[in-house]
Design a protein. Structure first.
Length: 344
């Protein structure tokens, strides 16, 4: 049933995507805000308690509802899985910026492309050359595809195989959201006294790194399979060797770096570098918080420049093809697993 749940959720999301600033994502923000205000007292144990309540409680509620519906009727449990995947899974939650920037670059309107990139990432992109615009669009789009699609698919598939329904999808998305949300609040709400403590940020960051460890490698392997396999694996190996001695405290973005390294090899494009790391950010946009799960953290991607061709607009089409071929690969695997369970 996992295959059909994912298929229906993707179709519905393409036909009728969730509106930005919807009440579901707003509820997630209020829940995270309440947990940090009520439980975050600045000590490590308080940070882990606030994280557990923020992330584990929604996942457990999702599981309890699934088990209850399954006892009543399997079809109701299936509908519940589709509903949860509709909220947590999908391209339309982030793809509008990618499409608009690509169209602007196709029309030769680099000014609009820079403005859109600045709105998306909350950075100063006014001086970026065309190749750097393309490079960062590729990086952020690939990571968004991983967090909104492939990572969710991985955790959903694992939990569904164990009979736990869509709880894995909620666990993954809430963990990602909590890490990003509290980082954002720490940068924008200090004056109001609403910032998350360093202990809470550290707990959320470490938990997210662990939860995303396996999905990041599955996504990287998927890109290698549907792209240039040897080049992707070689870039993966080079990245791993380069950062094998990195201290744990400096490796929070290692999962992201691994995905970008594999992407670089899969489509032969040079990614990484320092272009936006030192760029001053404009005043925080109120829409960033309003977007909830659609936004991404403003932290720079920590990956040194890889080998490959200079980024070009044509690479954006290559990335679209890479992502969709990976989706097809996932769907084929889910279909085979579903068929095996039905026959078994």
């Amino acid at each position: 049933m996992s295959f059909f749940a994912v298929l229906f959720a993707l179709i519905i999301e393409q036909v009728r995507p969730l509106a930005r600033g919807n009440w579901i994502h707003a509820s997630f923000r209020r829940w995270a805000r309440w947990a940090s205000r009520s439980l975050d007292a600045g000590k490590p144990q308080h940070g882990w308690l606030a994280w557990s309540v923020t992330v584990m409680v929604p996942a457990l509620v999702t599981l309890a509802i699934h088990l209850l519906l399954w006892r009543v009727n399997a079809l109701l449990a299936f509908v519940w899985s589709v509903a949860i995947l509709y909220v947590t899974l999908g391209f339309r939650q982030f793809s509008h910026y990618f499409t608009d920037i690509r169209d602007a670059l196709d029309d030769g309107d680099e000014t609009t492309a820079r403005e859109l990139l600045a709105q998306w990432r909350q950075v100063d992109a006014s001086e970026l050359p065309r190749s750097e615009i393309v490079r960062h669009v590729i990086e952020y789009s690939v990571l968004a595809a991983h967090r909104h699609v492939f990572g969710v698919l991985g955790w959903f598939s694992l939990f569904a195989a164990l009979g736990l329904g869509p709880a894995g999808a909620v666990l993954y998305r809430m963990s990602e959201f909590a890490s990003r949300y509290w980082l954002y609040k720490s940068k924008t709400a200090e004056a109001a006294g609403e910032s998350a403590s360093p202990a809470l940020q550290l707990a959320a960051s470490r938990a997210w790194g662990v939860i995303d460890f396996v999905p990041a490698r599955i996504t990287s392997l998927g890109f290698a399979v549907v792209g240039s396999f040897e080049d992707a694996i070689d870039a993966w190996r080079n990245y791993t060797q380069r950062f094998s001695a990195t201290a744990p405290s400096a490796s929070e973005n290692r999962n992201d770096g691994l995905i970008l390294a594999a992407t670089s090899g899969a489509v032969n494009v040079r990614l990484g570098g320092e272009a936006l790391k030192a760029a001053p950010s404009p005043a925080p946009s109120p829409s960033l918080e309003a977007e909830g799960l659609e936004g991404e953290e403003r932290a720079a991607i920590e990956i040194e420049a890889t080998t490959g061709r200079e980024p070009e607009v044509a690479h954006l089409r290559s990335i679209v093809g890479l992502v969709w071929r990976s989706v097809v690969l996932w769907m084929v695997l889910l279909a085979l697993l579903t068929l095996a369970r039905l026959l078994g």
